[in-house]
Design a protein around this ligand. Structure first.
Ligand code: G3P
Length: 215
């Protein structure tokens, strides 16, 4: 399973990129606003690190305007995936962009039928938001299970990108149900590597090593 960072912080992306575990980055308008920087400047810096998949979201709301914005974003760098919201206009725009070879990440997906439509119009990624479903007392991971099954049934090439991930258990469950990608905040990705017994074990090894005769 691929691991993406869900952030527009170049510092966070650089840190994880250097560890070698990062496969891609997703951004959205809220994450970009948090950085207080120009969108395209941030995108270029992320792409210049060498990250192979960088999702950049359109803010247009009509199909024609989404297509125009998507073409512009895609032209910024070969690593760009154009994020398009799951609306009727978004479906029309995705159909056009995908037919031109633009890789589209359909976002704000909250049902399996929406995911079915994203696959039918040729989206490269579908982004179901599981944390926001959990917040509404609906088990987000059940949606991932349904989408994975539907895509397998019909051999859709659209990849399931689990979004709105809030903690490591979301990542673990996403991997168990066979999702292609999980995108997560920096803090969640950091936790994937941590375990208190690892820290305790290392401290004990280093302490015991002091007793080994040297020289
Ligand atoms: O980028 C989309 C998604 O991952 C947002 O997550 O935490 O705002 O629900 P969240």
């Amino acid at each position: 399973m691929k691991l993406f960072l869900d952030t527009a912080s170049v510092a966070e992306i650089r840190t994880m990129w250097e560890t070698g575990i990062l496969d891609g980055v997703t951004t959205n308008p809220s994450l970009v606003a948090k950085e207080g920087r120009r969108f395209e400047e941030v995108l270029r810096e992320i792409c210049d690190l060498g990250v192979p998949s960088v999702s950049a979201e359109v803010v247009a709301t009509t199909a024609d305007a989404m297509v125009a914005e998507g073409r512009h974003l895609r032209g910024l760098h070969p690593a760009i995936y154009v994020k398009v919201p799951m609306t009727p206009a978004g479906l029309r725009a995705t159909k056009v962009l995908a037919a031109e070879g633009t890789r589209v990440n359909m976002t704000l997906v909250f049902s399996a039928t929406q995911a079915l439509l994203a696959a039918k119009v040729g989206a490269a990624y579908v982004s179901p938001f599981i944390g926001r479903l959990d917040d509404q007392s609906q088990v987000g991971m059940d949606l991932i299970r349904d989408i994975v099954q539907i895509y397998r049934n019909y051999r859709f090439p659209t990849q399931v990108l689990v979004a709105s991930v809030r903690h490591p258990i979301h990542v673990l469950e996403a991997a168990k149900v066979g999702a292609d990608i999980a995108t997560m905040p920096f803090g969640v990705m950091e936790k994937l590597a941590q375990h208190p017994l690892t820290d305790l074990g290392l401290a004990r090894f280093l302490k015991d090593w002091e007793k080994v005769p040297k020289g």
